[in-house]
Design a protein around this ligand. Structure first.
Ligand SMILES: Cc1ncc(COP(=O)(O)O)c(C=O)c1O
Length: 361
């Protein structure tokens, strides 16, 4: 069996022990004689899997009891519409922070449902920084404030949580959820597509304060109403059963790693190693992102000589270092270091980068 180090931005690596457990349980889950894939979502076996996954997520994130945890489908992209549909609640305006391509998509979608007030944007600087909070032009009557704590494409991450007072804070945590401890009570709503730090694609997690749901815009489809999903424990329709089960195995794995504090220590160390390699390369590699907002999860870097990009990628692939090509919007390289990327993957990448620079510098 061959396993590579996959630096993809998502779908991304899963912990090997999780895949092995899923493999062992594939044909017969816990003596049921069935694969989890074959179970009715309303049967007692599957209900126990679903409930345990939610309980474990609540435990590792410390989710307060007045928050609903929803296991939905449609990707984070559906949330770009569901959030205004559910959270505008009679208010015409929502605040949005624009720190990259994903923020921008969320803004474009929200504009279909109400007035969007872009409180700050780093577009002019090619989305390589986070605008200082004291420059934000917030609307005190906004229905909510939406931001993207980690912009996956350009690797820009907030090191702080905006203080928005009574205006509920909404966060697209697709590429940073579960990477470190978080005070959930500071948020009105957190959402994330699963395919980076949670599990396989097909599942989207929404954590929402219960007083914010139940008042949708007229015409909102039933499937886009958080209250419907909350009242039906995410089983109004058939959920993504297998992805939910695998997410549950990932939550147990996180617990074994020392929870989110353990993940944070590991993630910070992995990111530090890679940024140090970039910084100490004498200009052979550089990071385009402002130092105070460099992501732990997605590390873009540029080779000073772009003509070497092709050979960098092919020689890296020969060492099992895959999917390092930067996003088509940005170019260069990008290494995504989600929770399941082993530290050995980063060590191998760093030594490859050093050798490559020596050979070609
Ligand atoms: C920050 C962020 N938001 C939203 C999305 C879109 O997620 P999905 O493909 O689950 O709709 C992504 C996907 O990479 C992302 O990184």
């Amino acid at each position: 069996m061959k396993r590579i180090f996959n630096f993809s931005a998502g779908p991304a690596m899963l912990p090997q022990s999780v895949l092995e457990q899923a493999q062992a349980e594939m044909l017969d889950w816990n003596g049921s004689g069935m694969s989890v894939m074959e179970m009715s979502h309303r049967g007692h076996e599957y209900m126990s899997i679903a409930a345990e996954a939610e309980a474990d997520l609540r435990e590792i994130m410390g989710i307060p009891s007045n928050y609903k945890v929803l296991f939905l489908q449609g990707g984070a992209s559906s949330q770009f519409a569901m959030i205004p549909q559910n959270l505008l609640r009679g208010k015409g305006t929502a605040d949005y922070v624009d720190t990259g391509d994903w923020s921008d998509k969320a803004i474009m979608e929200a504009k279909r449902y109400g007035k969007v007030n872009v409180v700050a944007s780093s577009k002019i600087g090619n989305y390589t920084s986070v605008p200082a909070f004291d420059t934000w032009t917030r609307d005190a009557n906004a229905a909510y404030l939406h931001y993207t704590p980690n912009e996956t494409i350009r690797g820009v991450e907030f090191g702080w949580i905006p203080e928005t007072g009574d205006v509920p804070l909404v966060a697209d945590m697709s590429s940073t959820i579960l990477s470190r401890p978080l005070d959930v009570s500071k948020f009105g709503l957190i959402y994330a597509g699963a395919q980076k730090n949670i599990g396989p694609a097909g599942l989207t997690i929404v954590i929402v304060r219960d007083d914010l749901i139940g008042e949708t815009l007229p015409g909102t489809p039933t499937m886009f109403d958080y209250k419907i999903h909350a009242d039906n424990e995410s089983m109004y329709n058939t959920p993504a059963t297998y992805s939910w089960y695998l997410a549950g195995l990932v939550f147990k794995w996180i617990k074994q790693q020392g929870g989110l504090a353990g993940m944070a220590t590991l993630n910070q160390r992995k990111a530090q190693k890679l940024y140090t390699a970039i910084e100490t390369s004498g200009g052979f590699y550089h990071s385009p992102v402002a130092p105070d907002c460099r992501s732990w999860m997605n590390v873009p870097f540029i080779l000073a000589n772009a003509e070497l990009d092709k050979s960098f990628l092919s020689e890296a692939a020969q060492q099992g270092l895959m999917t390092l090509k930067g996003h088509r919007l940005f170019g260069g390289m990008r290494a995504s270091l989600y929770n399941a990327m082993p530290e050995a993957g980063v060590d191998t990448l760093v030594s490859f980068m050093q050798d490559f620079a020596k050979k070609n510098g």
